[in-house]
Each structure stands twice: as structure tokens, then as C-alpha cells.
Design a protein around this ligand. Structure first.
Ligand code: SER
Length: 606
């Protein structure tokens, strides 16, 4: 089947009686009024409020197809299943039907509408933990539908729990989530590396990475909200949030686990072959990256986003430049109009469904960026040309300072008969690399486990503490450890000796001085390199995403009294903190001092 057919069948199936869902239009790929995330990355994101209990103008049963962008998986693109831009088919029960309708309906859709082979359908359910029971109800429903015991698997929170921020433990207070039941399609033992995996003594199962199975749909039973103390509380209503990737469902209908073999990508892959005179089978990963990234870039440029060093524009820049690197490798050179026919083809594939602006605007945006990149390449190549020896450090510095691609440095080193130590590069890279596994990268993950007013105030106070310590003791003070509870903030930093009473008093006065000025706390989101250049403080033992948030205290970032890499949240003005007291000091190891601060003379509990 074609992607279009699958999309249409899905919408029609859920709209039809007795399911009677109302189709809602997809939300924009960039959500307005949602500062927590850069892109719409799942169907549930625009519906969060309704999952939490607000009533939706279109009722309790909704169906949609939501274009989504996930930068989390960008390094995975190149295999046969991961994408940055994808379309999520979704059906929604907002406090209406639940498991016993959802699972049979989806099964009926797969087997009757898409005519998938029943015997190839495997499922997973939540195995349970201290707070949420084992999902025997779903397992029982699957059994009643004829799924044999061998094809029903139980997994824990890592696999069968869904929230925007991961496992229950990773969810910040206020976030919603729930156990889920996934469906996998079995493409056959002979596929992928199944035997190799078996040889290594790993029995194959649906979440095994051998390539035999592909997840094609996920029914989330969105039922819980995270409250304080790590607990989960039942939401006022039980919801179903179903999401299935259109590309993967279409791949299942052609019995090929390669989403790039579907009609949604076929034209793009063929064009890459035509333009580079290379064949797909020997260059699969590069072909796929180009096709995926151009498609995603078209969707962003179509919204009027232009490449830049900030937020959405930065992601667009990264997509275009990665596609450039791959194309240049295949083709041997790069021209600004190299992507023109791929852009045209993307418009053709989605004509009448999503893309709004003209292909002409999008082409201009992409061509201009390719031009800029060609110039960066020329500059970097010149720099490299001057060097006798190209090693991992040079490669990393070029990458870090100019975004100069490793692949190209490697190529040049090889031309000089030198070999880059990729392990060493990776080590440097990992030190700085994307950590966040959530879609919107660090922007969504605040980092604080508890967003209570006390914790938020103490969080800001801790930034002021660090600034004050650096002011009083010197710039050797960096954050070595931090832990905040409602009662106090605990902060570790290097200093040869404990602070004298006089120093402690000075630090405390300095903090309260800033609080009394009632300065604003603001943040900016920017690419990491640019953020580093502002001199903002960051913890050296932490890894950061490519795009980071800097919180600063004062009117302007440039002359702020405190600037730190941080996910937030913070108070909006220092005055809200009231006052701070340093309550206790310890020396916890050679050269490490620990301080405890509390708010407004509150009771101290360490
Ligand atoms: N929220 C789930 C997902 O994005 C199902 O829609 O996978």
C-alpha cells in the first residue's frame, strides 16, 4: 500500500461507526505558546491539556495524523527505521473508551484494513512495578484476539512506559504518562542479524535489535501524573493515546522493514542515486540520511523557518549541513542546487496534505544555506591545508568551533596518508555531546525533580550562591555537586579549606544583596558553542545538548551578574526568594567543601 492509502484508511477506520471519532487537523510542527519544546514531536503534545481533563471542543474521541519532528534520533538515522521527521497516526480517548476497545480496534485495523498477517503480530505489555500493576488486562485482551503466548512479552518502564520525558522516575512533577502496549511486526527470522544475535546467546524478542521486528504502533494508557515524593497519582480520567508511525505501518504493508522502500521515500532515494551515480544497496546509510534530512528540512523551511544559530533555525541548519556532507561524500563535490529535485519531489509526495508555502521559497532557503556551507567548507579546508598533522584534537576543534564535519577532516587526513584516532575524537565529543534522550532535547527536561515553589526558589538561590562564592573566593569555584530539596540546597565546590566566618558572612551578604535588588531572571536558548562563548558557567562533568539554555540574572545577558547553563525552572525575580541563610559547612574530601543554604530562616533539615 502507499503511505497515502494507509493514512486515509486509518482516519476512515476510526471515524466510522461504531468507533465514531472526530478527525482533528494536525497541530503546526512548531507549537506556539509552548516554550517547553522546540517541535511537535508526538501526537499527544498538542493534546496534553485535554488528556489532563479539560474538555476538547470536538469531543472525547479524536483521530489525526500529526507531522512530528524528533531530533533525539538524529544519530540513528541511516538504519532502516529511524527518522527525524515522521507522521504519527493517532487515535485518542479523552476519558472515554479504554483497553478493551483500543487493542481490538487497532488489531482489526492491522489485520482487516491493512491485511497484515496475523501470525506476524507480536505485542508487549507493562510488567508492573511498585506503583503500577502488571498489565494482565492487556495481555488477556491480546490472548483473546488470538495472539499466542510466545508472541506476548512483558517489559519494564524502559520499554513499556511512555511520557514525554521517559520513565516515571525521569518525569518531572506535573508530567503525565502511563504504561503502554506496543505492537511489532515480524519480518522473519531470516532477516537482519537474527542468527548472529542468537549465536551470541541472546534469545530474540520483539525489542531485540537484530532487525527482525519493527514496532508499528503504541497504545499508551495515559493514566498517571507525577506528584511530589516520586509518586504517581491517577489522573481524573483514563485516556488512550495511540501513536503509530505512518512510514513504519506502510513498510509493514509491503512486507519490507525498510521505511525507505515505501513510496513515501522511494522517489527521494531514486533521485539521490540519479544525482550521485551511486547505488542504494552499497550506500544505504548515506542515501537514507539525505532523504530523511531533506524531507525534514523541507517541512521546516515551508513553515518559514530559516537556518540560524538559534533554536528552530539551528536544527534546520544542522539537517541541511548533514545532508550536504553525505551528498558531497557520494558525489565528490557540492553545488547549491544539488537538492532542488529532492525538494520538488517532497512537495509532490505531500501535495495537498501538508505543505503550504511554495516550493520556490523553500528552495531559496535551502540553496542559500548550502551556499553558506560551501563557504565554511572552503575556509576549513584552507585551515586544514596549512597543517602538517591532522589529529583527533584538530578534528574536534574544527568541529567545535566551525561545525566543520568530522567526515571531511577524516577524508583529508587520509589524503595525507594520516589516520585519525576516532576513539579519541569520540571521547572529546562525548564529553560535550547531546545527552538528552527526549525529543526537544534539553529544552523540555528541566532537570529539577520537583517544581515546588521552595525548590524553585532554592534553585535560583543556588545560582546566586555560586556567583557569590566566585566573587568572594575566586574563579576556582565551580559546581561539583548540587542537590535541592524543599528544605535546603546542598552545594559542593573545590576550595582548599573551609571558609572563615568572615568569608561565609560575605557570601551570604552578597547573595542577599542580589535578592534585595529584585533583579529579573531570564533565559536564552542557543547553540552550545555560542553559549560557551558568553562565558556562562557550566558544570564540567555534565554533558549538554547541542542547543542549551542559559539562565541569567539581570536585564541583559552581556552584563548579567550570573550566567549559567541550566534547564530551569527559576523564579522570575530575585526578590521572590525572600532571603537566604548559609546553615552549615562541611569539608567532604580533600579540597571539596559542602555548604547548605536555607530560605528565610526556615527549619533546617539536611
Ligand atoms: N505518545 C506515544 C508516542 O508518541 C503514542 O502516541 O509514541
Amino acid at each position: 500500500m502507499t503511505g497515502k492509502e494507509v493514512r486515509e484508511k486509518f482516519l476512515k477506520f476510526f471515524k466510522g461507526a461504531p468507533r465514531s471519532h472526530v478527525e482533528i487537523s494536525p497541530a503546526p510542527l512548531v507549537l506556539e505558546n509552548d516554550p517547553t519544546t522546540l517541535f511537535t514531536s508526538s501526537g499527544m503534545q498538542p493534546l496534553v491539556l485535554f488528556l489532563m481533563g479539560e474538555s476538547h471542543p470536538n469531543g472525547k474521541r479524536l483521530v489525526d495524523s500529526q507531522p512530528s519532528l524528533r531530533t533525539t534520533d538524529i544519530d540513528e538515522v541511516g538504519d532502516n527505521r529511524h527518522l527525524t521527521f515522521l507522521e504519527m497516526l493517532g487515535n485518542w480517548s479523552l476519558g472515554d473508551y479504554f483497553k478493551k476497545e483500543q487493542l481490538p480496534w487497532f488489531y482489526e485495523f492491522l489485520t482487516k484494513e491493512l491485511e497484515l498477517d496475523k501470525e506476524k503480530i507480536w505485542v508487549s505489555v507493562f510488567e508492573g512495578n511498585e506503583q503500577v500493576p502488571r498489565d494482565e488486562e492487556s495481555a488477556e485482551i491480546w490472548r483473546s484476539l488470538g495472539i499466542t503466548e510466545e508472541r506476548i512479552h512483558y517489559y519494564g518502564v524502559e520499554k513499556n512506559w511512555w511520557s514525554r520525558s521517559g520513565t516515571p522516575e525521569q518525569m518531572p512533577v506535573g508530567e503525565i504518562g502511563g504504561p503502554d502496549s506496543e505492537v511489532f511486526y515480524d519480518f522473519g527470522k531470516e532477516l537482519g542479524l537474527h542468527d548472529v544475535f542468537l549465536d551470541r546467546g541472546n534469545p530474540c524478542h520483539p525489542n531485540c535489535e537484530c532487525g527482525r521486528f519493527l514496532e508499528i504502533g503504541n497504545s499508551v494508557f495515559m493514566q498517571y501524573k507525577k506528584v511530589g515524593d516520586g509518586k504517581l497519582e491517577e489522573l481524573p480520567q483514563r485516556n488512550v493515546d495511540f501513536g503509530g508511525g505512518l512510514e513504519r505501518l506502510t513498510a509493514a504493508t509491503i512486507n519490507n522493514p525498510d521505511v525507505f522502500a515505501t513510496d513515501l521515500f522511494k522517489g527521494l532515494i531514486e533521485l539521490v542515486g540519479k544525482n550521485t551515480h551511486k547505488d542504494y544497496d552499497s550506500n544505504m546509510s548515506d542515501f537514507r540520511v539525505i532523504a530523511d534530512h531533506v524531507r525534514a528540512a523541507v517541512f521546516l523551511a515551508d513553515l518559514g523557518i530559516t537556518p540560524s544559530n538559534k533554536e528552530h533555525g539551528y536544527v534546520l541548519r544542522r539537517l541541511i549541513r548533514r545532508a550536504c556532507v553525505k551528498l558531497r561524500q557520494l558525489k565528490g563535490n557540492l553545488n547549491n542546487n544539488d537538492f532542488s529535485d529532492l525538494v520538488g519531489e517532497t512537495y509532490k509526495i505531500f501535495s495537498g496534505v501538508y505543505l503550504n508555502s511554495g516550493v520556490k521559497n523553500t528552495l531559496t532557503i535551502i540553496e542559500e544555506e548550502v551556499d553558506k556551507f560551501i563557504k565554511t567548507l572552503d575556509r576549513g579546508l584552507k585551515e586544514l591545508g596549512k597543517l602538517e598533522q591532522i589529529d583527533a584534537r584538530v578534528a574536534f576543534n574544527l568541529y567545535q568551533s566551525y561545525g566543520f564535519p568530522l567526515e571531511i577532516t577524516k577524508e583529508l587526513a587520509e589524503e595525507k596518508g594520516q589516520k585519525l584516532d576516532l576513539e579519541k575524537f569520540k571521547k572529546e565529543f562525548d564529553k560535550h555531546k547531546d545527552l538528552s534522550r527526549t525529543t526537544s532535547a534539553g529544552v523540555f527536561k528541566g532537570g529539577l525533580a520537583d517544581h515546588s515553589p521552595e525548590v524553585v526558589k532554592l534553585h535560583t538561590a543556588t545560582h546566586l550562591l555560586l556567583t557569590s562564592l566566585r566573587e568572594v573566593l575566586g574563579e576556582h569555584v565551580v559546581q561539583k555537586g548540587q542537590n535541592i530539596t524543599k528544605e535546603r540546597s546542598r552545594f559542593d565546590f573545590p576550595n582548599p579549606e573551609k571558609l572563615t566566618d568572615d568569608q561565609l558572612q560575605k557570601v551570604e551578604n552578597f547573595i542577599n544583596g542580589i535578592i534585595n535588588k529584585d533583579l529579573p531572571i531570564k533565559f536564552e536558548v542557543m547553540p552550545k558553542d555560542q553559549a560557551l562563548a558568553t562565558g556562562a558557567i557550566h558544570a564540567f562533568n555534565e554533558k549538554y545538548t547541542d542547543t542549551v539554555k542559559i539562565y541569567y540574572v539581570g536585564e541583559e545577558l552581556d552584563d548579567a551578574i550570573s550566567r549559567e547553563f541550566c534547564g530551569g525552572p527559576h523564579v522570575t525575580h530575585t526578590g521572590e526568594i525572600g532571603s537566604v541563610k548559609i546553615k552549615k559547612q562541611e569539608k567532604i574530601g580533600s579540597g571539596i567543601i559542602r555548604l547548605y543554604i536555607i530560605l528565610n530562616n526556615s527549619e533546617f533539615i539536611s
